[in-house]
Design a protein. Structure first.
Length: 648
C-alpha cells in the first residue's frame, strides 16, 4: 500500500487485492473468530439493528443538530464565536472533541493545545468542531499503594458515562477522542460505542522521550526495597524516567491501549508512537480532524465506530496484545469493550489465541527497550505487516483510514512539510526489540490463562524466566498488600519459598487496585534464590515483570471464591506452562472449611472519595466478565451469584 495526501488534505490509498491483507488466515485465529461471531449473533445483531436505525436517520436529516428545536440549538451555539454562523446554518457536520486533558499527568498534558488545532482542521475540511466534554484521567502510577488506587478501575465506567454525557446533546455527527492511559481509552471507547452510529477518531498524544534506562530504574527500586539506597536516590531515578510531557515509555497499559487502538483501525496509520511537540505529531493531529469530517454520514466514506469495532477487530486487538506481551489489564478491558459493541468475548478466547500467537516484541518490563526503541525498529507498521502476512490478523476490516488493515502497513512522515504515508517494506531494524514471526521470541503469546480449583486467573509470562514458570510452595495469606510489605520489611519472608496469597482485592471488595508495589520486594526475594509467586484476586499492573503471578482470580474472595478458604501453609502449585492453578488440599477438607477474612465494610471503606463509589462496588461484575457495572450483552453484568460467569 502506498498512501499520499492530495491537495484537499484527504488521505488517498491504494489497496492490495487479497482478502485479508496477508497470507492465508491462521486456522486457529479463524476458528476462534467464527466461534465469537456465532456466540455474539444475537447480541451483535441487536446492537447493529439499533446502530443502523440511527445511521439511517442521520443520513436523512443531515447534521444531527438540525433535529433540535430553536431554543435547543441556540443554547448549543451561544458561545461558539466564529463558528456560530456555521452551527446555525445546519449544513456543515458537527464534530465533538472529548478530551482527558489535565496538566498534572504527563500523558495528557499535551492535549492542552489540541482543541484549537482540531477546530481549525475540522473547519478547513468543511465541518465545525466544539469541545463537547472532558473526562477524568487518573494515574495508577501516582495512586499505587494509596487509597485512590481503589477508584482506578471504577474510573473506566465514569469515563464511559462522561463520554456519553458529552455526546448526548444531539449536536454531533462524529467525535474526536483524546485519551491515552490505563482506563481512559477503554472508557472513551465504551462510551463511543454506545453512540455507535457516530464515527470516532482517536487522537494520541505520543510517548515522552526515553529517559533513564529501565534496567537502572528497576535496580534502583529493588535497592530501595532492600534499604540500600535512600528516598532521594530513588526519587532521582524515578524523575529521570518520568521526565517530560508524553506517555510513560515502558510497555504498560497506556501503550498497550495505543497498540490495540491502531490495530483496531481507530488511529490514523502510524500515529501511535510519534513523540509530542513535534511537527509530525501536529500534522497527524490536524489530519485526524480532517478525517473525522470525511467519514461522517454526510461525506462519501461513512465509517461509524460501531461498524469498525466488530468481532474481527476485537480478535485483532487480542492478537496484538498477545504478540506484544501487553498489559494484563486488557484481559478485562477487552471483554468490556467487546460487550459495548454487542460482542461476547470470553477468557477462553484469549487462552486459545495465546497458544497460536507468537511473541514478537521485547519492551520493558518484558525486555530493556522502551516504546521509542520499538518505534525506531519499525514500530506498528512492521508489527502489523508481520502479523498480516502470517495470517494472524484479519485484514478485511473497516478502519477510519478506509477498508482494509493494509492501510496500517504505512508509516506517516513529512515531506516538504506535507504529511504523506508510505508503505514500509523494510523489516525490523532491531531484532532485540521487534522480530518477524519466523524468528519470534516465543511461539506463544505473553499472557496465559490459568484454571484450577482456585478458579480462573491471568498470568503474564512474557517477562518471567522459564525456571520460574512453575512454582509449588506453601501459601502465606494476606488480606491487604500492606501486610505483605510489613512482613518483608521485618524479614519474615527471608530464606523460604512461598506463594503470597493476597485476597479481598477484587472488583467488589475494594475496586480491584493494582498491587504493583509488591513487585520490588518480591523481585528481591526472587533474586536471592527463593521460589516465590503471587496469587491474588486483585490486579498487578501493565508494568508487572519477572515475578510469577496469578492475578484477576475469579471468583473473588468477596464473592465466596475458593481463595477465601486458603490457609497459611497450604501447598499451591502455579503452573503457567500447563495453564493450571491448584490448591493442593483434599477436596473433602476444603468442603469442610469456611471462608476466612472479609472485605472492608461500607463504614470502613471511606476516605479519598471512596464512599461515593459504593454503588459501583456493589454492582461490579467478575474480572473475567470485564469487572464492569454496565449491562453486559443485554443482561446484568454483576454475576456474583454465578461465580466466575459463563464459559463457552
Amino acid at each position: 500500500m502506498s498512501d499520499r495526501t492530495d491537495d484537499t488534505g484527504r488521505t488517498a490509498h491504494s489497496h492490495r487485492t487479497d482478502d485479508h491483507g496477508g497470507g492465508r488466515m491462521n486456522p486457529v485465529i479463524q476458528e476462534i473468530t467464527d466461534r465469537l461471531i456465532e456466540r455474539s449473533r444475537a447480541s451483535r445483531g441487536a446492537y447493529l439493528a439499533r446502530l443502523d436505525a440511527e445511521a439511517e436517520a442521520a443520513r436523512r436529516r443531515g447534521p444531527a443538530r438540525s433535529s433540535l428545536g430553536c431554543a435547543n440549538l441556540a443554547h448549543g451555539f451561544a458561545a461558539a464565536g466564529i463558528d456560530k454562523p456555521d452551527l446555525r446554518a445546519n449544513v456543515k457536520p458537527g464534530v465533538a472533541i472529548v478530551s482527558s486533558y489535565n496538566d498534572m499527568l504527563s500523558a495528557h498534558q499535551p492535549y492542552e493545545s489540541y482543541p484549537p488545532i482540531l477546530k481549525a482542521a475540522v473547519r478547513a475540511a468543511g465541518g465545525v468542531a466544539q469541545f463537547a466534554g472532558g473526562v477524568p484521567a487518573m494515574c495508577d502510577g501516582i495512586t499505587q499503594g494509596r487509597a485512590g488506587m481503589e477508584l482506578s478501575l471504577y474510573s473506566r465506567e465514569v469515563i464511559a458515562m462522561s463520554t456519553a454525557i458529552a455526546l448526548s446533546h444531539d449536536m454531533f455527527d462524529a467525535s474526536l477522542m483524546l485519551g491515552v492511559c490505563d482506563k481512559i481509552v477503554p472508557g472513551l471507547l465504551i462510551g463511543a460505542l454506545h453512540f455507535g452510529h457516530l464515527p470516532a477518531v482517536f487522537v494520541p498524544a505520543g510517548p515522552m522521550g526515553s529517559g533513564l534506562p529501565n534496567k537502572v530504574k528497576a535496580r534502583t527500586r529493588q535497592l530501595f526495597a532492600e534499604g540500600k539506597v535512600g528516598k532521594d536516590e530513588l526519587l532521582d531515578a524515578e524523575s529521570q524516567s518520568y521526565h517530560s510531557p508524553g506517555t510513560c515509555t515502558f510497555y504498560g497499559t497506556a501503550n498497550s491501549n495505543q497498540v490495540m487502538i491502531e490495530v483496531m483501525g481507530l488511529h490514523l496509520p502510524g500515529a501511535t508512537f510519534v513523540n509530542p511537540r513535534t511537527e509530525l505529531r501536529e500534522a497527524l493531529t490536524k489530519a485526524a480532524g480532517r478525517r473525522a469530517v470525511e467519514i461522517t454520514a454526510h461525506g462519501g466514506e461513512y465509517t461509524p465506530v460501531g461498524r469498525v469495532v466488530d468481532e474481527k477487530a476485537i480478535v485483532n486487538a487480542c492478537v496484538a496484545l498477545l504478540a506484544t506481551g501487553g498489559s494484563t489489564n486488557h484481559t478485562m478491558h477487552l471483554v468490556a469493550i467487546a460487550a459495548a459493541a454487542g460482542v461476547e468475548l470470553l477468557w477462553d478466547d484469549l487462552a486459545a489465541l495465546s497458544k497460536a500467537v507468537p511473541l514478537l516484541t521485547r519492551m520493558y518490563p518484558n525486555g530493556q527497550a522502551d516504546v521509542n526503541h520499538f518505534q525506531a525498529a519499525g514500530g506498528m507498521q512492521v508489527l502489523i505487516g508481520e502479523l498480516l502476512d502470517a495470517g494472524l490478523l484479519h485484514g478485511d476490516v473497516l478502519t477510519i483510514a478506509g477498508q482494509g488493515l493494509d492501510h496500517y502497513r504505512s508509516a506517516a512522515e513529512l515531506k516538504d512539510g506535507e504529511l504523506v504515508w508510505s508503505e514500509r517494506t523494510e523489516g525490523s531494524t532491531d531484532l532485540d526489540v521487534l522480530r518477524p514471526v519466523s524468528g519470534a521470541f516465543s511461539p506463544d503469546g505473553g499472557i496465559h490463562m490459568l484454571d484450577g480449583n482456585l478458579g480462573r486467573a491471568v498470568s503474564k509470562v512474557s517477562a518471567v524466566k522459564d525456571e520460574h514458570l512453575v512454582v509449588e510452595a506453601p501459601a502465606k495469606v494476606f488480606d491487604d498488600q500492606l501486610e505483605l510489605l510489613r512482613a518483608f520489611e521485618a524479614g519474615e519472608l527471608d530464606g523460604q519459598d512461598f506463594v503470597a496469597v493476597i485476597r479481598y482485592q477484587g472488583p467488589s471488595a475494594n475496586g480491584m487496585p493494582e498491587l504493583h508495589k509488591l513487585t520490588p520486594p518480591m523481585a528481591v526475594l526472587l533474586d536471592r534464590g527463593q521460589r516465590v509467586a503471587i496469587v491474588t484476586d486483585g490486579r498487578m499492573s501493565g508494568a508487572s515483570g519477572k515475578v510469577p503471578a496469578a492475578i484477576h482470580l475469579s471468583p473473588e474472595a468477596a464473592h465466596g471464591g475458593p481463595i477465601a478458604l486458603v490457609r497459611d501453609g497450604d501447598p499451591i502449585r502455579l503452573d503457567s506452562t500447563a495453564g493450571t492453578l491448584q490448591l493442593l488440599v483434599p477436596a473433602e477438607e476444603l468442603a469442610a472449611r469456611t471462608p476466612q477474612g472479609a472485605p472492608l465494610t461500607d463504614a470502613q471503606w471511606v476516605g479519598t472519595g471512596r464512599e461515593l463509589f459504593r454503588a459501583f462496588r456493589s454492582a461490579a461484575g467478575p474480572a473475567e466478565r470485564g469487572a464492569g457495572i454496565f449491562a453486559l450483552n443485554g443482561r446484568a453484568e454483576s454475576l456474583a451469584s454465578e461465580g466466575s460467569g459463563d464459559r463457552a
